[in-house]
Design a protein around this ligand. Structure first.
Ligand SMILES: Cc1cc2nc3c(=O)[nH]c(=O)nc-3n(C[C@H](O)[C@H](O)[C@H](O)COP(=O)(O)OP(=O)(O)OC[C@H]3O[C@@H](n4cnc5c(N)ncnc54)[C@H](O)[C@@H]3O)c2cc1C
Length: 394
């Protein structure tokens, strides 16, 4: 253990991709993960979409890695036999204000060099016979993929190149000094030359970030009962509310044939709380004692969001009502509850929701924060970038 080059904290897509790139470059890498396996939080609880990059603001970290990541991830899935369901995303507008949102997304797509088409009502039906809207944006390079299979493939790559994974190791503190780092876990202390903190929902705590805090937002999904899955061919997205960094409700066909409806964006009372009243994962006190939390909460648009999210969290009918605006034939009885995943959303002291990925490199520690959607899509080139950043410090 004494000759470790890089310690990676967290075996999600970002940590595993970073470890794989480092190991392939000949670095001695150890990944510390608190769970008994990889990809059990954000990277295994998501929509499973390889995003095209039309919705991210140009010239951001997310834009750069999403567009590169889309190409790389599609090739990786093909090479590694990871299941995909091609078919593209249709973002549907239902009135004039939503058409304005589509125009903004089209501008972002152009800025990011992403191929899209703008469609009228008849063309919407050609792509998705059960969808309805006044206009739509069509991004053909988006598709579903098996996100868990992907994370396991990354672990295989990393281990094959010599990396070690230590599961059931919760990192409690990182001490980064001039001559390397000591990572304290609940079982032992691990020494290395550089640490990459890719701890997702806990990355802010390990980074001891004083100006930013993770406030977890739960994305809860319903899914169509098997007999109604043919309502959706591929992906039907609502035009998002651009006040928030969330993508809004969508109906998505997964690689296993299930069609999920969601995700919501409800403030979660615990970092790993995957149901409404759960406090799992802690963090409630840290959230409500954060000045940014109350500054966020008093914003009228935020209070509106929470009101509608509470309703949708508790009632399948509320989800069905929203989804029916995209697919009018959908009925409440067509839905059953499915899974949930929490976003590691950073909130700043002024109450604003941070939009872009934040990388903080101090001495021998690299902290990776706010890897929210489309973080999976970004993860191959982003992991390579983090591996290079870590290697530069050796
Ligand atoms: C509802 C939802 C839908 C999404 N949909 C998409 C999508 O369709 N497409 C897309 O591209 N992106 C999507 N995303 C975003 C994507 O899932 C994330 O950006 C990505 O998975 C982040 O990966 P990560 O490795 O940073 O975090 P995680 O996957 O959360 O991994 C962090 C790991 O660190 C471990 N850990 C935490 N604390 C410690 C500690 N103290 N010690 C040791 N280990 C620790 C955790 O157990 C976990 O395994 C979605 C996210 C959510 C929540």
């Amino acid at each position: 253990m004494d000759d470790i080059d890089v310690i990676v904290v967290g075996a999600g897509a970002v940590g595993c991709s970073t470890a794989s790139h480092l190991a392939k470059a000949g670095r001695r890498v150890v990944v510390l993960e608190k769970e008994s396996g990889p990809g059990l939080h954000q990277s295994g609880r998501n929509s499973g979409v390889i995003h095209a990059g039309y919705n991210v603001k140009p010239n951001t970290v997310k834009a750069r890695f999403c567009v590169e990541g889309n190409r790389e991830l599609r090739s990786y899935c093909a090479a590694r036999g990871i299941a995909v369901h091609p078919g593209g995303i249709l973002v549907v507008a239902r009135d004039d204000p939503e058409e304005t949102v589509l125009a903004e997304l089209a501008r972002r797509a152009e800025g990011n060099g992403v191929a899209i088409e703008l469609l009228g009502p008849a063309e919407i039906r050609q792509h998705e016979p059960n969808a309805t809207g006044t206009a739509a944006l069509w991004a053909k390079e988006a598709m579903s993929f098996d996100a868990r299979g992907y994370v396991h493939a990354l672990v295989g790559d990393a281990v094959g190149a010599g990396a070690s994974f230590l599961f059931d190791r919760r990192v409690e503190r990182i001490d980064a000094g001039k001559n390397g780092v000591v990572v304290h876990t609940d079982k032992d202390a691990v020494r290395g030359r550089v640490v990459v903190n890719a701890a997702g929902l806990y990355a802010d705590r390990l980074a001891r970030a004083h100006d930013l805090r993770v406030i977890p937002f739960r994305g809860y999904y319903a899914e169509l009962v098997p007999a109604r899955r043919d309502l959706v061919r591929s992906h039907i997205y609502a035009a998002p509310d651009l006040n928030f960094p969330f993508l809004g409700v969508h109906l998505s066909r997964r690689t296993d044939g299930r069609v999920i409806v969601g995700p919501g964006a409800m403030w979660a009372f615990g970092r790993e709380a995957y149901s409404f009243w759960s406090l799992r994962g802690g963090g409630l006190v840290r959230a409500v004692t954060w000045p940014g939390f109350w500054r966020m909460m008093i914003k009228p648009e935020f209070r509106r969001l929470i009101r509608s999210e509470v309703a949708k969290s508790l009632s399948l009918k509320a989800i069905a009502d929203e989804a029916r605006r995209l697919v009018p034939e959908l009925r409440s009885g067509d839905l059953v509850r499915s899974f949930a995943g929490n976003r590691a959303q950073l909130v700043a002291r002024d109450g604003s929701l941070v939009e872009d990925i934040v990388v903080r490199a101090t001495g021998d520690a690299i902290h990776v924060l706010n890897v929210v959607s489309p973080g999976l899509t970004c993860s191959l080139p982003f992991g390579r970038y983090l591996a290079d950043l870590a290697s530069d410090r050796l």
